[in-house]
Design a protein around this ligand. Structure first.
Ligand code: CA
Length: 224
């Protein structure tokens, strides 16, 4: 059974060979590109289920590639990093990766991560819901926000999750720590300032949605 393809962007041939065997056994096809430029081109022509992206690539590096992918797509991205310390870099940069593994990783572990990421993105589609705020419609299936009139806006993945969390708790004041835990996950090492930065971006992109600052506490979207 063919479950779909996995796009691997990785300059080490041997990793491609190892993953091809294991993923094929699981019913996935592996498409392997050795450079970021080729990977991005491939992504424009095909629709893989997930991208496995090496952080250290010759030429355009994984951080830049991930940003470019995020600029146009919600496809899940799993970063392949060489050292634990690089994880901080990925998370700190907020480049929008869905998960990461540290080399050397086992192919089996990576398959498990891929399945988990695919399950999560499938859940998002299955649980499609809409929340109305000030005449705007927030659509969890399309992950876009539609103004009362005009073109839909597509925030980045994290911006959307943040907006959704606030809108889903309309009327409640949410602390930065609460927001971090809910949106970024308990294992997120970032600072609460991350929340402020994303709120600022949301306000810029979605001027019609009133996100209120509650001084000394956090943020709130007014009920009603
Ligand atoms: Ca590499």
């Amino acid at each position: 059974m063919n479950k779909g393809s996995v796009l691997l962007i990785e300059d080490e041939e041997s990793i491609g060979e190892m993953l091809t065997t294991v993923f094929e056994r699981e019913g996935f096809r592996v498409v392997h590109e050795l450079t970021g430029e080729d990977g991005l081109r491939r992504l424009e022509r095909t629709e893989p289920l997930v991208v496995l992206l090496d952080l250290n690539l010759p030429g355009m590096d994984g951080v830049e590639i991930c940003k470019r992918i995020r600029g146009k797509s919600e496809i899940p991205v799993i970063m392949l990093t060489a050292r634990d310390t690089e994880i901080d870099k990925i998370i700190g940069l907020e480049i929008g990766a869905d998960d990461y593994v540290t080399k050397p990783f086992s192919a089996r572990e990576l398959v498990a991560r891929v399945k988990a990421v695919l399950r999560r993105s499938q859940d998002r589609v299955d649980d499609r819901r809409f929340i109305e705020v000030a005449g705007w419609t927030i659509d969890s299936g399309r992950r876009e926000v539609r103004p009362p009139d005009g073109e839909p806006v597509r925030p980045t993945a994290k911006e959307f999750d943040l907006l959704w969390y606030l809108a889903d708790h309309k009327g409640l004041v949410l602390s930065r720590a609460q927001i971090l835990e809910a949106v970024w996950g308990y294992d997120y090492f970032g600072e609460t300032r991350t929340v402020d930065v994303h709120i600022r971006q949301l306000r810029k992109k979605l001027e019609g949605i009133p996100i209120e600052t509650v001084w000394g506490v956090g943020y709130r979207i007014e009920a009603g």
